[in-house]
Design a binder for this molecule. Sequence first.
Ligand SMILES: NC(=O)c1ccc[n+]([C@@H]2O[C@H](COP(=O)([O-])OP(=O)(O)OC[C@H]3O[C@@H](n4cnc5c(N)ncnc54)[C@H](O)[C@@H]3O)[C@@H](O)[C@H]2O)c1
Length: 309
Amino acid sequence: MKVLVTGGAGFIGSNTVNYLIKKNFDVIVLDDLSRGFKKLVNPKAEFIKGSFGDKKILSKALQGVEAVIHFASFIYPEESIEKPELYYKNNVMNSVVLLEEMRKKNVNKIIFSSSCSVYGEPEKIPVSELNPLNPISPYGETKKVIEKILELYFIIFGIKSISLRYFNPFGPNEMHKPEIHAIPNFINAVLEQKPIQVFGDGEQIRDFIFVEDLVKAHVLALKKIDEIKFDFFNAGTGTGHSVNQAIKLIFELTEKKTEINFLPERIGDPKKLIADTKKIREKLGWKPESDFKNSLKKTIVFFKANNNF
Ligand SMILES: NC(=O)c1ccc[n+]([C@@H]2O[C@H](COP(=O)([O-])OP(=O)(O)OC[C@H]3O[C@@H](n4cnc5c(N)ncnc54)[C@H](O)[C@@H]3O)[C@@H](O)[C@H]2O)c1
């Protein structure tokens, strides 16, 4: 099967491309490198540099493609509050361009990277897919809107879609610049012997999901999309770890320690965020296989080798 991966030069996209190639898929990566890195792209994939909002490039990139995995997006909630227009244009409008080009080329399957940020501050933990969608940033809103657009594209045009609402992914290739995510920041701080910055008291619980597990959900989604047709799933482990627990494990695994600075809590940061994973386990047949400590170990190995990326 030939698959177009948008955002394949980014963290989760590049890991997924590696796995797709291992599973013998033909892969085309479309990335404008605005926030990704060419060196993360598997050389066995065809690479096209350009935007998923560019009709001409899409027309070439979609040639012979059976399905799209759509990672490309801007991903910073805080930036989206400062620059909502940038987010609605890049994430939402460009996704409509992509869907229109898919329609023209009769490509009728798409797996979409959604986010637990669609829930905002959840009413109940673990958060199930039935929780109301109340995002608290334009970023989260773009994910909610795209999911809705995908629903309409299925109803009106028969384009099948599966949205995966990621919780807190971590792992190799996480090279965001700037990095806002806890685990890569903690690991790099320890390796560079700089202070770790923690918002709040560090007792907040998160559902950290190892990227090696997460990528497998995409391949299962591709396999089941004809049967599922349209749906959305939480992609988390169903288990939580506190930020302080993650730091303790990183100290243990690196055999190094560093100072921890506790900063004021961030507004809208929930105390606890854990996915209810019943739906993805039952309907997609997916479950996380990695243990948290071992996944951190693999992530540390990556950062040790790529400290000056
Ligand atoms: N990383 C997380 O913690 C997390 C959590 C929930 C959801 N997600 C979602 O998962 C997806 C992947 O996230 P990531 O962490 O790998 O992000 P990333 O920033 O590492 O990768 C995104 C890629 O998209 C590319 N891109 C952006 N706009 C583009 C455009 N117009 N045309 C072509 N390429 C473009 C960037 O260059 C980058 O390589 C995103 O949709 C994100 O919203 C990520």
